[in-house]
Design a protein around this ligand. Structure first.
Ligand SMILES: [Zn+2]
Length: 403
């Protein structure tokens, strides 16, 4: 079952019941340990209501009593905690490869598997590779398919306006033709699945497991094989009317510029993705008479920048400047408290630091200059953790709706 097949709530009574349960469950989940009295204060519900709801969670194994807490005058209260191994989740983060992870409610990774995906095959072939990777991760965790409560998939995006992979080769190839409908019909997943954009999942990773918890409104820029953005405002992830908000990578910084696979020219992604970086580095070497006849990976270039290799440093600074101009555009639009950058491009800190310096120069309003520039605080795990958080959130949502 996919998310949008969830039971529709009917009537005020059911809705209130759902909201109360969800608030209590979220409160227990976000605290390491908490008493019933403290929950009742936080969610503004009568103690008997909290007790009844908590009893249900204990009965279903989601919550456990873990001992006595400190007294605030009366008897020592029984403390509650989420039972981390009550439910298990499967996460798949897709970029050039699929990284699949099985984790528990406490965020502990029980098994993971990475598989380079061949995107040049048709949709069925891509789906089969993904399912293979998911199966391997479950096997490595020692669990079985039936143990998975919910699955989250982070993707580079689906349903692009143009499918031009034949004209301008792109790593995602046939992936861009996939749709949530296709997943629904052909996936035959044995567990409920939610699918979201990779940059939005990065933004959620910071919110649930990183420094985003302390910031109300911020932007998360995913800089990897693509460039994307997740927007968090007032503690909520912005999806847009049809769920496509944040396509920062396909905003134009030069309308006569580099052709992009999306059908436009001069998109920021066509200059600042890791694919663009590798292409530009090779071009720089060739233009300067160093035709080595080979391709370079982002980790080759990261090493070259670290060693101070002249052309690698030059390209890192040039791409950093372009990314910085793009960052200033979105800072001017959103006035965020912070901008996080995560993704494979962070392997080249010089590029990101240059982007931050450049962005500062182009911010229009003095008041917007208070923005903090931050590398992802959850580092390489930010997408995986964000997608895990998203799967857990959807599971809780469904659990509180259905029971
Ligand atoms: Zn584009």
């Amino acid at each position: 079952m996919l998310k949008n097949e969830r039971k529709i709530l009917v009537g005020n009574h059911e809705l209130i019941k759902y909201i109360n349960k969800k608030n209590v469950l979220d409160t227990i989940f976000h605290e390491k340990e908490i008493s019933r009295i403290e929950i009742s204060k936080r969610v503004k519900l009568a103690i008997p209501t909290v007790m009844r709801i908590v009893d249900e969670f204990i009965h279903d194994g989601l919550v456990s009593e873990i001992g006595k807490g400190n007294s605030t005058g009366g008897r020592k209260p029984n403390m509650l905690s989420i039972n981390p191994d009550a439910r298990y989740f499967l996460v798949a983060a897709i970029s050039e490869s699929a990284h699949c992870v099985v984790a528990d409610l406490g965020g502990k990774i029980l098994g993971d598997y990475e598989l380079a995906i061949n995107f040049s095959g048709q949709e069925d072939f891509i789906l089969a590779q993904l399912k293979n990777c998911m199966g391997q991760a479950i096997e490595k965790s020692g669990l079985s398919i039936g143990d998975i409560a919910y699955c989250g998939i982070a993707t580079p995006g689906m349903g692009f306006k143009y499918f031009t992979a034949g004209r301008i080769g792109h790593v995602f190839g046939y992936w861009s033709k996939l749709s949530i409908d296709f997943f629904k019909k052909k996936g035959n997943f044995e567990y409920p699945v939610v699918i979201e954009n990779i940059a939005k999942m990065g933004a959620l990773g910071e919110l649930k497991y990183g420094r985003g918890k302390d910031l109300n409104s911020y932007l998360f820029i995913y800089a990897g094989v693509g460039i994307g953005m997740g927007v968090v405002r007032n503690g909520n992830l912005e999806l847009g009317v049809t769920g496509t908000a944040g396509e920062f990578g396909h905003t134009t910084i030069d309308y006569n510029g580099q052709e992009c696979y999306c059908g436009n020219r001069g998109c920021i992604e066509s200059y600042c993705s890791t694919i663009a970086f590798c292409r530009e580095y090779k071009r720089e070497l060739i233009n300067n008479g160093f035709n080595t006849g080979r391709d370079y990976s982002i980790s080759d270039i990261a090493e070259a920048v670290k060693n101070g290799e002249y052309f690698a440093v030059k390209v890192a600074r040039r791409i950093g400047v372009l990314l910085g101009i793009g960052l200033a555009n979105v800072i001017n639009l959103y006035n965020p408290a912070a901008v996080f950058v995560g993704g494979e491009l962070c392997a080249i800190p010089l590029c990101i630091e240059t982007a931050f310096e450049e962005a500062e120069k182009h911010i229009f309003m003095n008041a917007s200059r208070e923005v903090s520039f931050l590398m992802s605080s959850v580092e390489s795990q930010v997408i995986t953790m964000g997608t895990l958080g998203y799967a857990i959130e959807n599971y809780f949502d469904e659990y509180c709706t259905l029971c």
